[in-house]
Design a protein around this ligand. Structure first.
Ligand code: DGL
Length: 267
């Protein structure tokens, strides 16, 4: 199976893009709803939680895991790829959303002035900035942490005034920097894409990581037959969560576009 991990529901928006381009594979989604948010937590804790989730998904039979969570991709992916995998699961793979998103942003930016919005943790890790500059040292990166956007979306206020108020506050410092590309560096922000477009200049290209990661996954599977050949292809889709709250279905529908049936597990 292809495992997809997120701190909560937001990764369902990424998973949905995978279903669109690679519907034939079997997927197992895990949302760590009991411990969300990851965006405000220390590096040590994000690494620890993400490792537990990855371990769990491997034990369920996943051979390839995508960290849909940007905070986990930014803070934990390197440690997992460089230390944990070689020692414990050398034949398996864990990929994130940062590199595919960075590559897409570079391909689309003409001016080399790129904005990044994300959780506090993602922005503080400088992961997007570091990876952008690795590929092109001339790129100018303008980052903005948007800590209130996740709670606004999770409380169903994404269409309300408070969302507008906070988007204006967060995006103004970026728009004054004349960016031509904006990376939505968090699972949740694709929900706000139409609104975000109204706060930036019309020519600003908005990069949603779900879409670009799905395209890169197609390419990855083509280039890695040793992984692809181990994936089952019966179109099965299963969902695991570490907590099931009364709002679960509302939020699942918001990100997935439909209700889902999830099994509660403990990591
Ligand atoms: N999934 C997280 C991300 O993409 C957002 C929610 C959280 O803070 O855990 O960064």
């Amino acid at each position: 199976m292809i495992g997809v991990f997120d701190s909560g529901f937001g990764g369902l928006a990424v998973l949905r893009e995978f279903f669109r381009v690679l519907p034939e594979y079997d997927y197992l989604y895990l949302g760590d709803n009991a411990r969300i948010p990851y965006g405000t937590r220390s590096d040590t804790v994000v690494v620890q939680f993400t490792r537990q989730a990855v371990e769990y998904l491997f034990q369920q039979g996943c051979v390839l895991i995508i960290l849909a969570c940007h905070t986990a991709s930014a803070k934990a992916l390197r440690a997992i790829q460089q230390q944990y995998l070689p020692r414990h699961y050398p034949a398996n793979r864990v990929l994130g959303v940062v590199i595919p998103t960075v590559e897409a942003a570079l391909a689309r930016s003409a001016s080399g002035r790129i904005g990044v919005i994300g959780t506090e943790g993602t922005v503080a890790s400088n992961s997007f900035k570091i990876e952008l500059r690795k590929l092109d040292p001339r790129i100018q990166v303008f980052q903005q942490a948007c800590p209130l956007l996740v709670p606004i979306i999770e409380s169903g206020e994404q269409e309300g005034e408070v969302a507008d108020l906070m988007l204006r506050k967060y995006l103004t410092p970026l728009t004054t920097q004349d960016i031509d590309t904006l990376i939505l560096g968090c699972t949740h922000y694709s929900i706000l894409k139409p609104k975000i477009q109204t706060y930036v200049a019309p020519q600003v290209q908005i990069i949603c990581s779900g879409e670009v990661t799905a395209m890169k996954l197609v390419d990855y599977l083509r280039r890695h037959p040793e992984i692809e050949s181990r994936l089952s292809r019966q179109g099965r889709r299963s969902y695991l969560t570490t907590d099931l709250t009364p709002r679960f279905q509302d939020l699942a529908s918001l990100f997935m576009g439909q209700a889902i049936e999830a099994e509660v597990v403990q990591l």
